[in-house]
Design a protein around this ligand. Structure first.
Ligand code: ING
Length: 312
């Protein structure tokens, strides 16, 4: 019996700093309804998609920082999205800033949840690889203070049984690290979904700015192919509060081929019919991890955080 999941990538255009969550949710609802009309089972929204990308500003007032975070999910602003999803029978991936008290301490994470067609939250992921910096850097045209406002995720890279397959999530910078895909690949993941806010201008290495779009697809296509999984990458795109964010949201097959790609820099839904049995074929026949991997030689990957030169 074939296992078909129709997946949408709901790219968002810029979210203004003063654009309230209710207004943003109305934009998300529009794309959820478009997806339902096109037969989507699941829709992938971007990273931190309830507000503007606030890590681009330096803040010192904890109350101001916390104003960008959600303390419960669903909440008053997002309940309409959960209700409409249940009514239409469409699940979704949603990225947001999570403030939570766990183990007697308050934590701040860059989080994504997976919501089934029932409207139930069936999976949660917290961004592991935080890019950027923690202190104000005056030489930058805009800040990228994810290391200031978030803690690294504490959930690892879990996978979830939903939508008839094995689903995995990551967020933005995670997609640039091969370990992200492989840890989920080792769990038999079939669909990896992610959202991103990627400025075209990358201050530490501006010489690579002209390759921003190429690098975006390169890492996701490689991750898909090397693990035999569909990868859906959804951008917050366009010039947001003066910051140029790349778009080109896409749906990638387990073969590494791009099945669908956004053409605009605004709110745009793309849809693809994903046959999960293609994953089985690639994972079993093309790769066959159990028969071909040699983990005895991979120790360096987890033995240290940084490079350990054999010559020193
Ligand atoms: N943004 C960027 C990303 O990884 C970045 C940060 C940009 C890293 C360009 C490297 C190059 O896509 C987030 N939010 O992680």
């Amino acid at each position: 019996m074939t296992r078909i999941v129709t997946i949408g990538s709901a790219q968002m255009g810029p979210i203004a700093k003063d654009e309230g969550r209710q207004a943003v949710v109305q934009r998300l609802l529009t794309m959820l309804r478009q997806g339902a009309e096109q037969g989507c089972d699941l829709i992938v929204f971007p990273e931190l998609t309830l507000t503007t990308f606030f890590p681009r500003w330096y803040m010192t007032d904890p109350a101001e920082v916390d104003s960008w975070f959600e303390t419960e999910m669903p909440n008053a602003a997002t309940q309409p999205l959960f209700d409409e999803a249940r009514k239409l029978g469409v699940g979704f991936y949603l990225g947001y800033a999570e403030k939570v008290t766990e183990g007697g301490a308050v934590h701040h994470y860059n989080t994504a949840i997976l919501v089934e067609k029932s409207g139930e939250i069936v999976g949660k992921y917290r961004k592991t690889h935080l890019p950027g910096h923690a202190e104000f850097e005056p030489e930058r045209p805009f800040q990228h203070l994810e290391k200031r406002y978030f803690e690294p995720g504490n959930l690892g890279f879990p996978v979830f049984q939903a939508f008839g397959g094995v689903m995995g999530m990551c967020i933005c910078n995670d997609r640039r690290w091969p370990e992200t895909y492989r840890v989920m690949g080792m769990q038999g993941v079939e669909v990896i979904m992610l959202g991103y806010n990627t400025p075209r201008y990358f201050a530490p290495a501006p010489g690579l700015n002209h390759l921003a779009d190429f690098h975006n697809h390169l890492v996701m296509q490689a991750g898909a192919y090397q693990n035999g999984a569909f990868v859906i990458g959804t951008a917050k795109a366009g010039v947001e509060e003066g910051c140029d964010l790349i778009g080109e949201s896409c749906i990638i097959a387990p073969t590494g081929e791009i099945m669908a790609q956004c053409k605009t820099m605004g709110d745009e839904l793309i849809v693809a019919t994903c046959d999960l049995d293609i994953c089985t074929d690639i994972q079993k026949n093309r790769w066959n991890f159990a028969g071909n991997r040699e983990p005895a030689y991979y120790g360096a990957i987890t033995a240290s955080k940084g490079v350990v030169s054999p010559f020193e």
